[in-house]
Ligand binder design. Structure first.
Ligand code: GLN
Length: 257
């Protein structure tokens, strides 16, 4: 009988330790936490009825797939764009998925998965504008960008452009329509989405200046197991054609909003 109690006690202590592992470290292994800035349709945005609660978009669908393949539940942590990398670095989030372009300065802080999307920057201007035809023409003008985006980095390098920074692309577009800025520089997929909704705007490209941007998923440096799992799912989504399907489905849902 004594032995029996010993076993019960050991089981109880082990169970307690296991639950402490979860609670005390603040990390729940059944969850995959995605840091994002849900202001970037079609990659991530807030809507009435999204794929996961109020969240929808291509990145949300990809991350749900990654989580489910790992037997985990995806949880989305919505924040300003500039907080995404710090939250991955600190381990508060497992993955940063935000149409995020691989850049050398970001690679110093996090590791990136394989690329899942290639995009360019677009200069959004009023439809009737004729003088803004490239980046050079932005010198002497006021340009709206989102803080910390690659568009911000690119435009900030050009001397003579006055840069107005916003937390949301949508707010920059409002100021463009009000005439408070002359142009907005933002990733092409998002620009297209804004232009579709605002026929008084148009897009101008300067691919030579901006170059192509490759989107990838950020993880904590050295988290190779997670990176492998992500890359396996990305490869599968690309090869099966499912990634294109996801993009088409999101585009349709956005068009019906
Ligand atoms: N691709 C851009 C960047 O990495 C914008 C990303 C975003 O808007 N979420 O900065």
């Amino acid at each position: 009988m004594k032995k029996m109690w010993k076993v019960v006690a050991v089981v109880a202590v082990v169970a307690l330790m296991a639950s402490c592992l979860v609670a005390c470290s603040g990390k729940d292994d059944s969850k995959l936490i995605m840091a994002t800035n849900a202001e970037f349709p079609p990659f991530e945005y807030v809507t009435e009825k999204g794929l996961l609660g109020e969240f929808d978009g291509i990145d949300v669908a990809i991350a749900m797939e990654v989580a489910s393949k790992m037997g985990k539940q995806l949880e989305i942590s919505n924040m300003v764009f500039d907080s995404i990398i710090p939250s991955v670095v600190s381990g508060k989030a497992d993955i940063g998925v935000a149409g995020m372009t691989v850049k050398p300065e970001r690679l110093e802080q996090v590791d990136f998965s394989d690329t899942y999307w290639v995009a360019m920057q677009t200069i959004v201007v009023p439809e009737n504008n004729t003088d803004i035809t490239n980046v050079d023409a932005l010198v002497g003008k006021t340009v709206g960008v989102v803080t910390g985006y690659t568009g911000d980095m690119a435009v900030s390098e050009v001397e003579g452009i006055k840069v107005n920074r916003y937390q949301k692309g949508a707010d920059a577009i409002v100021d463009l329509k009000n005439g408070k800025v002359d142009a907005v520089v933002i990733d092409a997929p998002t620009a297209e989405n804004f232009i579709k909704r605002n026929p008084e705007l148009k897009g101008v490209s300067d691919d030579e200046f901006f170059g192509k941007e490759e989107y990838a998923i950020a993880v904590q440096k050295g988290n190779d197991d997670l990176l492998k799992a992500i890359n396996a799912t990305l490869a599968e989504l690309k090869e099966s054609g499912r990634l294109d399907e996801i993009a088409a489905e999101v585009a349709e849902r956005l068009a019906n909003e």
